[in-house]
Design a protein around this ligand. Structure first.
Ligand code: UT7
Length: 360
């Protein structure tokens, strides 16, 4: 016997500190104009040095559980998709589960880089579909600011910090329609943080930061993301045009626009927040999902596609029907996540907006 699976609640948390593009101009050879035009990014959220991933994951989970109306003790499993856990061990999932009060839950981290959240959603889906678990809490997030060479203009301007969470539950409604996962390790050199068991104990600091062949990743994404999106839509008996909302990994607005153009998607289908949040790796999709839910943009019955891609190379996509309620307003989280302008569509993004802010 198998069961239907639905997302029943979402939440997110980003650091309060906003870093605008012009702060990079003093530090490296770049301009606000280059960053805005080549990436769509205008600002990003950067965590203070003492902040770890679980500091963002815990409030994200509390918000998601509140939205779903689920007691933490009823959560069976917590999965955290991340490449930047609090520590190499224990898992951030176990730390977060304990803090949130998921006392009965199993917990593990899942490393699929920027695809981590959707990968974890698909893993959670299997446990619920086959009847093993009823409620799974899925986290996606990264604190990449601690793993960046702040003198490398090819990566420093792109990456940022943030996390989000979703509750997946056994449901009497058909939420998750179809999913797909993939990996191609032949592209392992395109995005790396080399730190790991291959790192000699005396390794220099350059092994601890993101190394990326940006142009090659860009080309790979523009060639492959349309195919993955078409594949998951087909598996759900849909076409890409049938989705009310598409949330792609927020790596670069130009990738989102190129994919959208290749598939003939409308700009109102695309949920975009890369202009304000930049690339938070495993955090981009749950943050965009959490914002869209909070803004009342997701209506019961809407069809969504979530699609992550990144280092590995990995990719993960899921097609689903939205069944969660419109969340209640929560003043506390609004205060700590700063301003909440509506997410924009790709066509809404115009010229750069430059406002002085704190230095890096
Ligand atoms: O989350 C994981 C997935 N990651 C991605 O999807 C990232 C995908 N890649 C990208 O988003 C883009 O490739 C970048 C934004 C990283 C780079 O944009 P691009 O248009 O592909 O630029 P490019 O790498 O081809 O470089 C073009 C020029 C180069 O200068 P030359 O060789 O033409 O003189 C770069 O050195 O732009 C230069 N450049 C910059 N100039 C000013 C690279 N970064 C910067 C910068 N400011 N920040």
């Amino acid at each position: 016997m198998t069961f239907e699976v639905a997302i029943t609640g979402v939440g997110y948390r980003v650091p309060e500190r906003v870093v605008k593009n012009d702060e990079f101009e003093a530090r490296m050879e770049t301009t606000d104009q280059w960053i805005s035009e080549r990436t769509g990014i205008r600002e990003r959220r950067i965590a203070d040095p003492e902040v770890a991933l679980s500091d963002l994951a815990i409030p994200s989970c509390r918000q998601a559980l509140d939205h779903a109306g689920i007691d933490p003790k009823d959560v069976d499993l917590v999965i955290c998709g991340t490449s930047t856990p609090d520590m190499l061990m224990p898992s951030t999932a176990a730390i977060t589960a304990h803090a949130v009060g998921c006392t009965r839950a199993a917990a593990f981290d899942l490393e699929a880089a920027c695809s981590g959240f959707v990968y974890a959603v698909v893993v959670a889906e299997q446990f619920i579909r086959n009847g093993t678990y009823r409620n799974v809490l899925v986290i996606g997030g990264d604190i990449l600011s601690k793993f960046i060479n702040w003198d490398d203009r090819g990566t420093a301007i792109l990456f940022a910090d943030g996390a989000g969470a979703a509750v997946l539950s056994r449901s009497d409604r058909r939420g998750v329609l179809a999913s797909t996962l993939g990996a191609d390790g032949s592209g392992q050199d395109l995005i790396q943080i080399p730190l790991g068991s291959r790192t000699p104990p005396t390794a220099d600091k350059t092994l601890h930061v993101v190394h990326m062949k940006g142009r090659e990743v860009y080309k790979w994404a523009v060639d492959n993301v349309p195919k993955i999106l078409t594949q998951v839509a087909g598996a759900a008996d849909l076409t890409p045009a049938d989705f009310d909302h598409v949330i792609l990994h927020q790596a670069n607005l130009r990738i989102i626009e190129a994919v959208s153009k290749r598939l003939g998607l409308r700009s109102d289908q695309m949920i975009v927040n890369v202009d304000r949040m930049a690339n938070t790796s495993a955090g981009t999709i749950p943050i965009a999902l959490g914002e869209a839910a909070e803004q009342g943009r997701l209506k019961p019955g809407d069809r969504l596609c979530l699609l992550g891609f990144g280092s590995g190379l990995t990719w993960a996509a899921t097609a689903l029907t939205w069944t969660a309620p419109v969340p209640r307003p929560a003043p506390a989280r609004t205060a700590t996540t700063g301003h909440h302008e509506p997410s924009v569509t790709a066509s809404d993004l115009a010229g750069p907006g430059v406002v002085p802010s704190r230095s890096l």
